[in-house]
Ligand binder design. Structure first.
Ligand SMILES: [Zn+2]
Ligand SMILES: [Zn+2]
Length: 262
């Protein structure tokens, strides 16, 4: 399994274009972190916010071979339905889109005009669906976006990837579903950095560490699991400090465009 990080930033990206805080100034010369999304084996895309297709092109990855998109929730940074239209101008073959009800509700008005069949698979936490050679276990997120938000365990028969954004501390049902699953990689959100006391539907550094500890306790994260922090907002410290902080709990950060070979 080959995972390209198309974006590793929060909804506003990093730097936030309107901000000149120490973190945004530190990030500027390193290149932008676009809203979080990933491309797997050139066939599967995880989340599709407004910058994701452009990010793929900018990073030299074609989406011509894309077969399935799994979207976790209907917030705009993860689900911009315009991709359906732009794709329809070049590709008549059906595309499978997996997501909870509010994602389907945001896509449907676009699809009625386009006249191309999309294979919409509406899912809810607890479902297991197969598409394009992957098995998706749909997990509850501690997050809401006009209704249900979910996370995905993606299994290609050899490797297992947990895509976990956006969420606060994981629900007990999600930890139970992951118990004993030896994950090869986890993309786990860490939106707020040192900012605490904001919504509990995202993680900050302390709750990120707490989440990883819980995943270790159930045997999902092991010493062999690559743990990558994503959905990074400017509440995080500048990069050197962030790297040191994450290293303490066995996690890393990577720039957009990084390829993880699992
Ligand atoms: Zn988000
Ligand atoms: Zn800032």
């Amino acid at each position: 399994m080959r995972v390209v990080l198309l974006g590793t930033g929060s909804a506003d990206g990093l730097p936030n274009p309107w901000c000149d805080c120490a973190t945004c100034v530190d990030q500027q010369p390193r290149g932008r972190r676009a809203p979080t999304s990933a491309l797997v084996d050139g066939r599967l895309q995880l989340d599709s916010g407004p910058e994701a297709p452009g990010q793929a092109a900018r990073l030299g990855h074609s989406l011509a071979g894309l077969e399935v998109i799994a979207i976790g929730h209907a917030h705009h940074d993860h689900c911009d339905p315009a991709f359906t239209l732009y794709r329809s101008w070049v590709a008549p073959q059906p595309l499978t889109v997996i997501g909870p009800a509010p994602v389907m509700a945001s896509l449907r008005p676009w699809l009625t005009d386009i006249g191309i069949e999309f294979d919409l698979r509406e899912v809810t936490a607890g479902d297991v669906v197969e598409a394009s050679g992957y098995r998706f276990t749909v997990l509850a997120a501690n997050h809401s976006a006009f209704g249900e938000a979910v996370l995905y365990l993606v299994d290609d028969g050899e490797r297992r990837l947990l895509y976990a954004t956006d969420t606060g501390l994981l629900p007990a049902s999600t930890l139970a579903a992951l118990a004993g699953t030896r994950l090869d990689a986890v993309l786990l959100e860490e939106t707020f950095g040192t900012l605490t006391g904001l919504t509990s539907e995202h993680l900050h550094l302390a709750t990120f560490a707490q989440t990883l500890a819980a995943l270790r306790e159930v045997g999902a994260v092991t010493d062999d699991t690559q743990v990558v922090a994503v959905h990074l907002g400017h509440g995080n410290p500048p990069l050197a400090e962030l790297e040191a902080e994450l290293a303490r709990c066995g996690a890393r950060v990577h720039p957009d465009g990084t390829v993880l070979e699992l």
